[in-house]
Write a new protein. Structure first.
Length: 249
């Protein structure tokens, strides 16, 4: 039987602000990844309380000698009785959005949340509720501007919740996204730029909560060359990672 899964994205199928994200559970563990790179990278939230950001064996990537782990966290304490804050996915507005058109057809069960307005961000955040917490209590820990995207049950009786809200980006966040985008500049490609290009950035987040920032890349990112060893376009999805264990400047 397939693992219970929640697929979500920002924008709309015709004008996406993000790729499709996948939140799923297996037993009492929860997992999060962008659908296009789920075979390469995922964030695992284990019942033991250890949360791990890591590349898969299929990716061939090694972060530290002999390890594919990028970072580990200890599950935080409850912020109020029965509720624990989980990771967040941040989708910022970028001026070059929509310059590449979507190529992949999204799954029909994808939950689409409207993309952020100019200078705003859309934040998807995960919560864990204890076994003795009823479903209607989600309203007591959610502000009126937060929408409930969905929930998934864990075998230990807990429930994983996904919420969404739009908020203004701070000047520091805007500088951080601009700095991260520059890290992807001059990626060599060959052929026509018929691609769906995205970046995934994981800075250190305040409070020790995992934070994943995804944004679309534009044509200004790529350097077209007659030949390239990076990839040959057209390609269905082009994805790159920017993971550093430092705070953005």
């Amino acid at each position: 039987m397939p693992d219970p899964t929640l697929r979500f994205a920002a924008g709309s199928p015709d004008r996406p602000f993000s790729t499709i994200w996948r939140l799923w559970v297996h037993g009492s563990d929860a997992y999060l990844s962008a659908r296009a790179v789920g075979h390469l990278y995922k964030l695992s939230m284990h019942q033991s309380g250890q949360w791990i950001s890591a590349f898969t064996s299929q990716s061939g990537a090694v972060w530290d000698p002999g390890s594919r782990r990028h970072q580990t966290w200890t599950r935080p304490s409850e912020f109020t009785p029965g509720w624990t804050q989980g990771p967040a996915v941040l989708i910022p507005w970028v001026e070059w959005r929509g310059q590449f058109q979507p190529i992949e057809k999204p799954p029909s069960d994808t939950v689409w949340v409207p993309g952020p307005e100019r200078d705003n961000k859309l934040v998807f955040d995960i919560l864990f509720s204890a076994p003795n917490v009823s479903a209607d209590e989600i309203a007591s820990v959610s502000e009126p501007d937060r929408s409930i995207v969905g929930s998934l049950p864990l075998s230990d009786g807990e429930t994983v919740w996904l919420r969404a809200r739009e908020a203004i980006m701070s000047p520091e966040e805007q500088k951080g996204v601009a700095s991260a985008e520059r890290e992807f500049r001059d990626a060599p490609v060959s052929g026509d730029l018929t691609i769906d290009a995205w970046a995934l950035w994981m800075p250190l987040s305040p409070g020790g909560i995992p934070l994943l920032i995804q944004f679309q890349l534009g044509p200004q990112t790529f350097q077209t060359t007659p030949q390239s060893r990076t990839f040959q376009s057209p390609a269905p999805v082009w994805y790159d990672f920017y993971f550093k264990k430092v705070r953005p400047r």
